[in-house]
Each structure stands twice: as C-alpha cells, then as structure tokens.
Unconditional design. Sequence first.
Length: 570
Amino acid sequence: MDEKLSQEIRKIALQNASEHNGQTREKIVLARILGSHPDLRNKIKNLSRDVSEIINVVNKLSIEEQRSKIEQEFPDLLKAKPKQEIEKTILPPLEEAKNGMVVTRFPPEPNGYPHIGHAKAAIIDEEYAKMYGGKMILRFDDTNPANERMEYYAAIKVGLDWLGIKYDKIKNTSDDLELIYDKGLHMIKSGQAYVCTCKAETVSENRKEKKPCKCRSIDQKQTVDRWEKMFEKYKPGEAIVRFRGNMNSENTVMRDPVLFRIIDSSHALLGNKYRVWPGYDFATAIEDSVDGITHALRTKEYELRNELYYAILDALQMRKPKVLEFSRLEFEGMPVSKRVLKQLIDEGKIPDYEDPRIPTLEGLKRRGILPDAIRKFVLSLGFTKADTTAPFDVLESFNRKMVDSKSIRLNMVKEPVKLIVSKIPFDSVTISNHPTVDMGKRKVVIDGNFYISKKDANELKVGSQIRLMNLGNVSITKSSVDLEGEFIDDNVKSELPKIQWVPQKSAQKISIIIPGILFINDNFNENSLEITEGYTEDYYSNLKVGDEIQFIRFGYCRKDSATQVIFTHK
RNA sequence: GCUCCUGUGGUGUAGUCCGGUUAAGCAUACUGCCCUCUCAAGGCAGUGAUCCCGGGUUCAAAUCCCGGCGGGAGCACCA
C-alpha cells in the first residue's frame, strides 16, 4: 500500500473517530478519500480493504489515545477551521442565463393595491436582472377594462419606489392592442384560431367533455367575417376568439382556450376606444416575446399554462422566452390574496388597505417594516416551487436588526400606577436617546411624582428596592393604591431590577395599536386589533410621524400620529 | 374526479441536475454565557433532521430508478 495514502486514511480515520465517540466508519473514510482522489475510483476494492484495515486499528484505540495520536502525528487538525460566512442574499443561478442578456419583467394588473406578494415577484425580477447585468421591465397587464383603475397604476408605482425597485422600462399591455389584433387576425387567417359564438356555459361544458363545437369547423372566410363583427355588431358574450388547441388534451388549458373577448367597459387609460380585449395567455405570450423578455418568471399557479404559452408563440412563429415559476407567498393567518383582502374591507372587518394587520405595502410601511427588510426576507425565501407558509417572525427579525439603530429609546408605561419618590436630590436627568448610536440626549424634568407600569408595580411591596432607569435607586416605603418610595442613591451598577418610568406632570397619553393575527384556523379573529393606552415622555411630541421608537422593555413602535403609535414587533 | 407541481430540524431554506472531500450548511426560533442602566441590538456557545415512507441500483444515495403517502395548484369570455 502507498505509504502516503495510508497516512491520509489514518488521518481521516483518527479525526472522524475522535469526533464520533472513538468510532469511525469505513463508508465515511472511503467517501472522503474518493472525494479528494477521484482517480482512485476504479481501484475501490483495494482501497476499501486498506481503509478497513486502518479503521480497525483506529477504532480499537480509546478517544484519549486517538487524541494524542492526532497531536503527535497530525497537529494541523487541531487548528480550528474558520467558520465560513456567506450572507445568503443571492438567488440561485438562472437557467440558460447569459451575462448582459437577461431581460425580466414584472407584469402586475392594475386592479388593486400592491402587497408583499407583488414585492416578492418584483424583487426576484429585479435581482435576476441585476445579477446578470440585464434589464427589468415594468409592464402593466391591463387587458381587462372592467377591473383596471387609474389609482392602481399609481399605487403600484409608489409601492415599487418605496421598495427601492428600479425598472429600465415601463409600458402597458394596452399600448400594444393593435399589434395584438394583428397577431389575432394572423392566427385566424392561418386557421389556428376561430370565432366561437356558443354560450359561455356551452363552451365550458364542451371543454369539460372534450367536445369540439360547430364554430370550430366554420370556413376561414366566414371566421374573418365574424372577427370583424366582434368590433361592432356582436354584444359582449356573443362571440369569442378561441385558439385551435386540442380538445382532447389532458391539460384543460389546451382545450381551445379564449384568446379574445368583448368587454364594453371603459378602460382606465384608453376609454372606449377598444372593446375587443385579449385574454391573459395571448397578451402575455406576445408581449413577453415582443419585449425581448428572456426569462418570464411567474407564480406556480400558471404552470399548466406554459404549454399554451409556447403553443401560441409557435403558432405565431415568434421568439420564445423561458418561463419559470416560483411559489406563491403565504402567511399563517395573514391573507395575501387580493380577493380576501377586498372582502375583508367590503365587509368592514378592516377599515382600509393601510391597516397594519395586512401585508399590503402600505400596511407594512405603516407598521414600521422597512423596505430592505422585505427584500432580505424575500431573498431568504429563495426561488422555489415548494408550497410554503412564510415565517413572519423572520421578517420581523430582519426588520428589528435594521430598525434598531434608528429607533430612539423612550420610556413608556402601560397601565400606569402612581409612584411618589421622596428625597431625590436633583430635579432633572439627562438621558441618552440611544445606547450605542449617537442620537443626542434629552433632559427630563422630574419632581418625584412618577408613573410606572402596573406589571412592574405588582412585583413591589414595602421594603422592595428598584432602580428607576437613568434616575436612581428607590426603596419602597408604602404600597397601597399608590406607591411611595425613598431615593437611596444613584449607583448605576446596582443589581436591582431596572424599570422604566414617566414623570406624571409631563406624561403624554398615547394609544398603542397592536396588530394581531387576522385568521385563526380560517375564522376571522375579532380581537386581531388590540388597542391599549400608555403614557410616554413629552419628548414624543418632538418626533415626526413615521419615526420608529423603541419603548424600553416593551418593543418597537412606529409613530402613527400625535397620539397614536403602532406596535411593530418586540 | 382528472392533470400538473411539490415534500430536508419548530419554521424558512442550501445541497438534489453532474451519487462520494459535510454522520447534512445557513437563517430564524429556543436555551445558556458575555456585553449592556432595556425583556433591544451586538458577541460566543449549545439543543434540534435516521433528508415523507417502502423497495431497488451501487463499494457508496438527501442526491439515480420504481411504487406508495402527505400537501398545493389548475380545470373562467380573471390575471
């Protein structure tokens, strides 16, 4: 046996055995050797015999003996290996992506306010474009005039700005309607699409039963005639353009899906200029192709539509982008879906889209979640198709770390109890606004009359000693309805329980909104919004709406108004 | 029901394509210690996964093959 090799085997065996109660296994040692010497793979038999001999010797040694052998023979193993630190802020490589050639797109429909689901999609699109030095297009997918509203186009842009997402181009699908008509007519003329005048229910039934209808076999001239009539004569619902797919396909999407339908509602951007509108599949495929998209990323529920997407582009002989999908974002007890959010608002269960209990961008912002925390969170979720209920506490954790250095520390007491302290030898204290970051100091005037939290007060009895933070140590002398105490000294290093306080005279009453979980086991949680009151320092009034505060020993809150804060997280 | 997707610690993921250098890495949560006039942040350490189950291929499988089971989605003239 090669002397060098057997030394190496011995080294691995000793190391592994000493790490695992003195016993190593052939499999492990063999695998490690093969990993670093791929050339030995065709000599497994011999190698395996050698390994087995060596580990037999090693396994007979006690751990102490193994350790001392390592010390003598392989001292380099004793050096602690540095823990590798790779911050996971990048997505996995994109299939078939070439540097400088990647174009992604974020295609929201302007039919609602943006939420964290939009953020996930947009962040992934932007990150991939950035990663490959490519471009990202924001395209409003506005092909249903009954749903789109002007305010939503704006709200989505505002949301993306807030998130810090930059796009290289902005456009609307509705800009290209004429082009899409051309493609539609081309499909009709080449026999790859037809105009169907069956009732909606009939179409649906036929698709279920894999039955073609008579419109499918109408001659081309008449089909073109029908197509023209869609722009004038037919009423909505009387005619649709259908793709000549495969009524027998196992994939129901392929059973002659709708390409165009008539909608007479006024469009947010185009008014009543058009009334024949393309459906999602047709518009998206054409737009992606024309826009030069290389990678079309969408959520998983579209997965079955890939076949149709590619079939349409094949029929049109257009360039095909690569379509990839990722899982939809879901939270435990916090709905992301537009449909559910709308219902909650319509039923009056939550007042608006800025409610801090919901994951709209406005809601998250109002709650005190930072855009960068959202980005980091989304990236930590990865690019995967596995169904997940995302952990909101991870978002909170990222946010806490980011917001900590920006949060002014303030005293606040919940359920105030009076405490009168005598013999304080000074009439004001100066308190630092942050323990580690220089955020200035503030002077708090005191007169011996304080509020402390009921929770802390409950722990006190006559003779108890506490430290009022930044002020001094106090001995409790009386404990009835109100508490009374005596100033002892100002020994900071005391081991006494440290509690926060507020001067009675200058206390500011605020309400604290604590957003809770909206659904518990699918039932609406009537107590999802807890509102409590507290007293804080008058310095609160110097803060701006939107400032983040950490109420000491309570948690992080965002100033929502002169008299109200929203609890961000602990 | 049919079709498709998916299944790694409490949770979210890395690794899976191209089987071996890792008795499964990171984050979060939890526990302990250090730091600290906070139950925050920061530092350090620890607990925690027979990689859904059962077979098979192989010297070797989280990784490949077959068969189950669990979860999700689609089956709109919404996107």
